[in-house]
Design a protein around this ligand. Structure first.
Ligand code: ADP
Ligand code: MG
Length: 384
């Protein structure tokens, strides 16, 4: 979606040129799943797919919102009426950001917004964070709020947790705000320290495919909450603040202590081994050996499928088909129960693997998947 096109549409809708145009991407998580609410490690990278917003300030306390991707006209809200917890439609994401900024003491006197996004929604690629971050960055720049990186991400997370009511971790917003092209972002969700890890797939002759199964996940639904509660119970039983505090070489002892806890023990095993997989991935990429992360991704899938139990037949079929077809590694990505899987492959095998997955879905009677290449791209920024 071009900046010019979004700015032109803004001018049609609101009768004046926007003060600026901003972009914020969706993300794919390379490795580190469900670790973010356990104070652990994650490693997302930004997609070329992004939300683009044209924005101008207002001085009369009104927020006017329009999305090119949703039918209907302009939604007009009064800033003073914004409150969490109601029945919300899509406007809750941008409105929640404005609410969170004002609640944090930032003075916002209104805005006109028109946005358009190429991030597929509900596919585990974080269209919601792209939407939040693009609005937050625009308001930050226009109102000179001085927010950057994780501070901006934190307020967006608060918008999603409290205003929208979706209990998600900090990864998505941080990825959208902080990622750099050609890199994955190693993020410690405990202290929010981060490192850019070189992840230039093209230079290595590799490709990373995203396979959107088109199965819609229900993130705020019960299963996510159950996993979260199970992890908290595990930490409490083991006497630690968060499962992050169980070291990999202390896993066997921890599991022995959880002997009778058949629900909780596999969750603990997933989180502890997943943190180790993130660290191993970082080490391999830093050593300049991106091919070697393939098996780590595949191990991660087995752990999510068997221990965390959040895969589904469509995601398993992508992984099994890709591996049988010679992929270097594959795993589900995102919250689970649908959404997308990623496949790491030699560049030469992209067409064969894509065809194999499509044929396997057809043979199983599943809805055709959407397959695209993910190039590690830039994080949120001002375009105009
Ligand atoms: P995900 O973040 O994995 O894509 P979510 O359920 O968290 O899935 O967020 C999807 C929601 O975000 C959509 O249902 C919609 O309310 C909102 N959204 C995303 N992109 C847009 C857009 N371009 N215009 C309006 N709303 C959007
Ligand atoms: Mg989301």
């Amino acid at each position: 979606m071009g900046a010019q096109q979004v700015a032109d549409r803004f001018a049609e809708l609101y009768g004046a040129r926007p003060e600026g145009v901003w972009a914020a991407p969706g993300r794919v998580n390379l490795i580190g799943e469900h670790t973010d609410y356990n104070d652990g490690f994650v490693m997302p990278f930004a997609l070329p797919h992004q939300a683009v917003a044209a924005v101008s300030r207002r001085t009369d306390g009104l927020l006017r919102l329009h999305s090119a991707d949703i039918g209907g006209g302009i939604t007009e809200l009064r800033l003073d009426d914004l409150a969490p917890g109601g029945d919300h439609d899509w406007t809750a994401y941008p409105a929640g950001v404005v609410w969170a900024l004002r609640e944090a003491g930032h003075e916002i006197t209104g805005a006109d917004v028109h946005l358009a996004s190429t991030v597929p929604t509900g596919a585990g690629l974080s269209s919601s964070a792209a939407l939040e971050v693009v609005i937050a960055l625009a308001l930050n720049d226009l109102y000179g709020l001085g927010l950057k990186g994780w501070r901006l991400a934190r307020l967006c997370q608060r918008a999603e947790n409290v205003y929208v009511g979706a209990p998600t971790g900090i990864m998505d917003q941080t990825a959208s705000a902080c990622c750099e092209a050609g890199h994955a972002l190693f993020l410690d969700t405990r202290d929010l320290s981060q490192r850019q890890i070189p992840f230039d797939l093209a230079a290595a002759g590799l490709r990373l495919l995203v396979v959107d199964t088109q199965v819609k996940h229900a993130h705020s639904g019960g299963e996510y909450g159950k996993r979260r509660a199970g992890c908290e119970k595990g930490a409490a039983l083991l006497g630690v603040d968060a499962l992050r505090d169980i070291p990999y070489d202390g896993l066997d002892a921890a599991l022995a202590r959880l002997g009778g806890e058949e629900e909780v023990a596999p969750l603990v095993r997933h989180i502890v081994t997943e943190n180790e997989r993130v660290e191993r991935t970082v080490a391999l990429l830093r050593a300049g050996d991106p091919r070697a992360i393939g098996p780590v991704l595949t191990e991660g899938h087995a752990s999510l499928r068997d221990d965390f139990r959040i895969s589904c037949p469509e995601l398993d079929l992508v992984v099994d088909t890709a591996l049988a077809g010679g992929a270097l590694g594959a795993r589900m990505t995102g919250g689970g129960f649908g959404g997308s899987a990623i496949v790491l492959t030699e560049a030469a095998d992209v067409d064969t693997l894509t065809k194999a997955v499509e044929e396997a879905f057809a043979a199983a009677g599943f809805t055709a998947p959407r397959v695209f290449e993910a190039v590690p791209s830039a994080g949120a920024r001002r375009l105009v």
